[in-house]
Design a protein around this ligand. Structure first.
Ligand code: ADP
Ligand code: ASP
Ligand code: MG
Length: 407
């Protein structure tokens, strides 16, 4: 007997039958004698539909009002699930983020959880109720509703698991666990029995949406016992943990793709000390996160610097750099958002110098051009044309796992 946090994603609660299925999983866990806290996402495409509704009214709504709107999706699924559990004869209560004590900072649309005041949840558990909490939302110091960023319900679940010292945090979704690549994109992708927090954090940050990256960060910090599992198949899922069994043969644990990338290139920059400092401190001051940076070798007293940002920051970055043309001397700025980042991740690559070359060989054989490269101890990322991205994931995956999958 223990305390289990179970989170169900949007597709797991998309319609009445699926809500009933989720209610069955929850009540079975409860009837085995566990205390159960449930975190739910909004049903199906509800969040996208709400964003569309907002657009019909105002193309630039305030972030505060967007959060007010988007938080309603989770409230619907939680109330419906509580009703389905009532039908199954178990005591249950649904709570919004603020009722559950989820306190966040004030970054509307992308808030971070600062703490969870869990008295209400504990009181409900003490009276033996199943507690259902809206994912993706909290409340800030002004008592305004905030949301945590797309996919943020995973982070709500891990935050509650950490605050309540839960024995287990299960992320139920529409695939059987974490795979070596998105199983919807790569038919030969293999389910991982286990993966380390560090590798999962990289994969999630590099585009594998199966877990919200901040949920992994938090699970690592508080050593939450985390599992990704299917709402539908009943198969064992993937354990995410500090130390994991590795696939010795491949040295990598997965391939990920991120299409939310834009590249800016400053061409013909004056080749003088301090130029990189000027550019990137300006962007940092304006809260623009820069990812991959590439600087060319100087020629005839000029050089080029290119870098990537998320798509939604591309125009802002361009504007800032144009406004500062007086102090940063360059010939022109080229921008493109028709690109994607494809990455391999694996703790095993540190001691295996050939891993990056194997990836580049796979791309070369497929005639895919690489625009930028970035590496760390446990990942290699390349920037390719958006049109090549899916094929790039496929050929890189086949190259590393072909032997194992018989391809
Ligand atoms: P939920 O609504 O349950 O939160 P998401 O759509 O956010 O589900 O995440 C699950 C999806 O993540 C899967 O349907 C799958 O297409 C995608 N995905 C991407 N990369 C991976 C991966 N490496 N392993 C498993 N799923 C992945
Ligand atoms: N409903 C939110 C979204 O679609 C949060 C989540 O599902 O995790 O992004
Ligand atoms: Mg998700």
């Amino acid at each position: 007997m223990g305390l289990i946090v179970q989170k169900f994603g949007g597709s797991s609660v998309a319609n009445a039958d699926r809500v009933r299925n989720v209610a069955r999983i929850i009540t079975e866990t409860y009837r085995r004698g566990h205390k159960v806290v449930v975190v739910l996402s909004a049903q199906g495409d509800t969040t996208d539909d709400l964003i569309e509704k907002a657009r019909e009214i105002n193309s630039h709504p305030s972030k505060r009002e967007m959060d007010m709107l988007l938080s309603t999706g989770e409230q619907i699924s939680c109330a419906l699930c509580a009703m389905a559990i009532e039908n199954l004869g178990c005591p249950v209560v649904s709570l919004t983020g603020w009722q559950a004590g989820v306190r966040t900072d004030s970054a509307y649309g992308n808030a971070r959880i600062k703490r969870v005041d869990a008295e209400r949840i504990r009181a409900e558990l003490d009276r033996n109720a199943i507690v259902i909490v809206t994912g993706f939302q909290g409340i800030n110091k002004y008592d305004d509703i905030t949301t945590l960023g797309r996919g943020g319900s995973d982070t709500s679940a891990v935050a509650l698991a950490a605050a309540l010292h839960a024995d287990l945090c299960q992320i139920y979704t529409d695939v059987d666990g974490v795979y070596t690549a998105d199983p919807r994109l790569v038919p030969g992708a293999m389910k991982l029995e286990e993966i380390t927090f560090d590798e999962m954090l990289e994969l999630a940050t590099l585009g594998a949406q199966v877990l919200h990256n901040r949920s992994v960060e938090m699970a690592k910090r508080y050593n939450v016992n985390l599992e990704v599992i299917s709402s539908f198949s009943g198969q064992p899922g993937t354990k995410v943990k500090e130390v994991a069994k590795t696939m010795e043969k491949t040295h990598i644990s997965g391939v990920a793709k991120d299409k939310n990338v834009a590249r800016l290139a400053l061409v013909g920059l004056e080749d003088e000390p301090g130029i990189a400092f000027k550019i990137f401190s300006l962007l940092a001051k304006n809260n623009i996160n820069v990812d991959i940076i590439l600087q060319s070798i100087g020629r005839e007293d000029t050089k080029d610097i290119s870098f990537t940002v998320v798509k939604s920051d591309m125009e802002a970055a361009r504007k800032i750099l144009e406004e500062h043309r007086e102090s940063i001397h360059y010939d022109r700025i080229d921008v493109s958002d028709n690109i994607a980042k494809v990455s391999i991740v694996g703790a095993g690559m540190i001691n295996n110098p050939g891993v990056a070359a194997t990836m580049f060989e796979a791309l070369f054989n497929a005639g895919i051009n690489i625009h930028m490269i970035s590496t760390s101890e446990i990942k290699v990322s390349v920037l390719v044309d958006a049109a090549d991205a899916d094929r790039a994931v496929q050929v890189v995956h086949d190259k590393f796992y072909g032997e194992l999958t018989g391809k």
